[in-house]
Design a protein around this ligand. Structure first.
Ligand code: ADP
Ligand code: TRP
Length: 329
């Protein structure tokens, strides 16, 4: 069984990305042939239109993932654009993709609904994503709730291709990531780059402390008992605390007579400790960019080998394999 997922390099990873996605990818790794993770730079190109920034985010994403525990001996890590077979496969799938199906996909639909003009890349985004998944005969795709629709599209496209041309693709299954790990941002809304309410995993500790102190809280007097479950500061604290620390903090909330400032200070200390080892590892990796490139090189080679096999299978199924005397490489 092969697990595959992709993450877009549209900025530096924040606590939401870590607890909502990355931590779970890392937990699913084991055998490098069975766990494929990639940095979706072609998808990111639908939003990041600055060459230097996209290159930097892509490299940073690789370093961040490795620092956070993605292990090249237990997973294959690569960059999406290092596997050109995926783009060829995208075309094969595009020819059978109903317009109506893609018109219903939320990334495109939401943009059009806001009166913004969308490009063909955004429209075809789910087809590229389907090719990403099908190219590696992936069985299981861990994703956030927002991506489930795209996995359904992938299954539809693969199913109709198989129906039309014979069994070619493995139909994948979505594994919805633990939604209880929905991380609130500084303002209590879902933490997201788009809301500018994030704390990045590898932000400078001083900057993290400053942001933590800015987390919004209610204005009830200190003496008054508070319900911990509904408080986003408590939810953030819980991500980093041990069960005993969490219980103790919950009891303090219920008793009242404490200030949010204390909670914030403790949260900042816990968060710093939680990522301390990863931060150290990141420094080491940053000093050895050639090692990071080597890991991505090995991962890309492994991914291309698998994708080439699946692409040939698909080309043969629909009759576009090369008929030249020497196959064009
Ligand atoms: P952003 O909303 O900051 O642009 P992305 O959409 O690039 O983040 O997120 C990549 C993945 O990280 C998502 O598919 C989701 O699984 C996870 N994720 C993002 N934000 C959160 C959050 N606040 N809580 C839990 N998971 C999140
Ligand atoms: N669209 C996904 C996101 O924004 C990223 C992605 C691209 C992906 N290709 C994929 C995820 C294939 C899973 C499988 O989060």
């Amino acid at each position: 069984m092969r697990v595959l997922s992709g993450i877009q390099p549209t900025g530096r990873f924040h606590w939401g990305n870590y607890f909502g996605a990355i931590r779970q990818y890392i937990a699913l790794q084991g055998d490098p042939d069975k766990a494929f993770y990639f940095i979706a730079n072609l998808h990111a190109l639908t939003t990041v239109r600055d060459r230097e920034l996209l290159r930097q985010y892509t490299l940073d994403a690789a370093i961040d993932l490795l620092a956070l525990g993605l292990d090249p001996d237990r997973a294959t890590l690569f960059v999406q654009s290092d596997v050109p077979q995926v783009c060829e496969l995208t075309w094969l799938l595009m020819t059978g993709a109903p317009m109506g199906l893609l018109e219903r996909c939320h990334a495109y639909k939401d943009k059009v609904a806001k009166g913004l003009s969308a490009d063909a890349g955004l429209f075809a985004y789910p087809v590229l994503m389907a090719a990403d998944i099908l190219a590696y005969d992936s069985d299981l795709v861990p994703v956030g709730e927002d991506q489930v629709q795209h996995i359904e599209v992938c299954r539809d496209l693969a199913g109709s291709f198989n129906h039309e041309f014979g069994e070619t693709f493995v139909l994948p299954r979505a594994q919805v990531l633990d939604t209880s790990a929905r991380v609130p941002g500084l303002d209590g809304e879902k933490m997201s780059k788009s809301y500018q309410n994030t704390i990045e995993v590898f932000e400078e500790p001083a900057s993290i402390r400053k942001k933590v102190m800015r987390i919004t809280t209610d204005s009830r007097p200190m003496e008054q008992p508070k319900a911990p479950e509904t408080d986003h500061l408590f939810q953030l604290y819980s991500l980093f605390a041990s069960p005993a620390q969490r219980d103790e903090m919950a009891a303090r909330y219920r008793r009242g007579g404490f200030g949010y400032g204390e909670v914030k200070k403790e949260l900042a200390v816990l968060a710093e400790g939680f990522f301390a080892e990863a931060r150290q590892k990141r420094k080491e990796l940053e000093a050895r960019p050639e090692r990071v490139r080597e890991i991505l090189g090995d991962g890309g080679a492994r991914a291309r080998k698998k994708a080439a096999e699946v692409l040939l299978r698909a080309q043969e199924a629909c009759g576009v394999q090369s008929i030249a005397a020497v196959r064009v490489a």
